[in-house]
Structure formats: structure tokens, C-alpha cells
Design a protein. Structure first.
Length: 123
């Protein structure tokens, strides 16, 4: 039952892109699923490696950031931040915390690796 409820919550957050709301609150999820704060915290502890609600939402956002940076190199970092529910400064902070570099540095590194791969296949 708990695993299924967590799967439903996770699917709803992802499928309805609730994570993209900058002001998404745990209370929004609690109301949507008719559960209390402790229940939500227990579900996260048991199914999301013990993450808190903000950590869990930011992890989803970062997954989406990765996809957008890789698949949309023309998209600005501000647009990416807005698309996933971050502010631009918050995106930089979260990115540095996760990867040890800024999103710009990460993108440049990816583009360089892609160019190197292309030049090797063309030789």
C-alpha cells in the first residue's frame, strides 16, 4: 500500500509537472493525496532514500535540468531554470552542489565532449 501510494505521488509530480511550480509546497501534495505531513515524510523516508520533501523535489528538478541541458543546447539556462521550477540563482546553487561546477561549465564540458566524439568519428 505504501509503495503504491508513493508511486502514485511520484508519477503525479512528474506527469503533471508539479515540480515545475516554483512555490510547490508539501501541503499541495498532502491535499492532493489526502495525507498528513507525517505520512508524507514517512513515504519519502521509506521510498526516496530518506530525502526531505524539498530535497526530493529538487532531485526531480535536477533530473529534468540534465535532460534539458543535454537535449536542448540552444535553451538558455534561465529558461531551463524556469521550466523546472528553479530560479536562475537557485539552479546555479543546486547544480554546483550536485556536480561541483556551474550549469554553464557543465554544458561547455558536454559540448566539448560531443565535438571530440564527432571529430573522432569523422577521422
Amino acid at each position: 500500500m505504501c509503495k503504491n501510494l508513493f508511486k502514485d505521488i511520484n508519477a503525479t509530480i512528474r506527469d503533471k509537472r508539479l515540480y515545475a511550480k516554483q512555490n510547490l509546497m508539501r501541503e499541495d501534495i498532502m491535499k492532493l493525496f489526502h495525507i498528513g505531513r507525517h505520512r508524507l515524510n514517512d513515504l519519502l523516508a521509506d521510498n526516496a532514500n530518506g530525502m526531505s520533501f524539498p530535497q526530493y523535489i529538487n532531485a526531480i528538478r535536477m533530473e529534468e535540468v540534465d535532460k534539458l541541458i543535454i537535449n536542448n543546447p540552444q535553451m538558455t539556462l534561465t529558461a531551463i531554470a524556469n521550466n523546472v521550477g528553479f530560479t536562475a540563482p537557485n539552479l546555479r546553487e543546486q547544480f554546483k552542489r550536485r556536480y561541483g561546477m556551474s550549469p554553464s561549465e557543465y554544458r561547455a564540458k558536454l559540448l566539448k565532449a560531443k565535438d571530440e566524439d564527432n571529430s573522432v568519428t569523422q577521422d
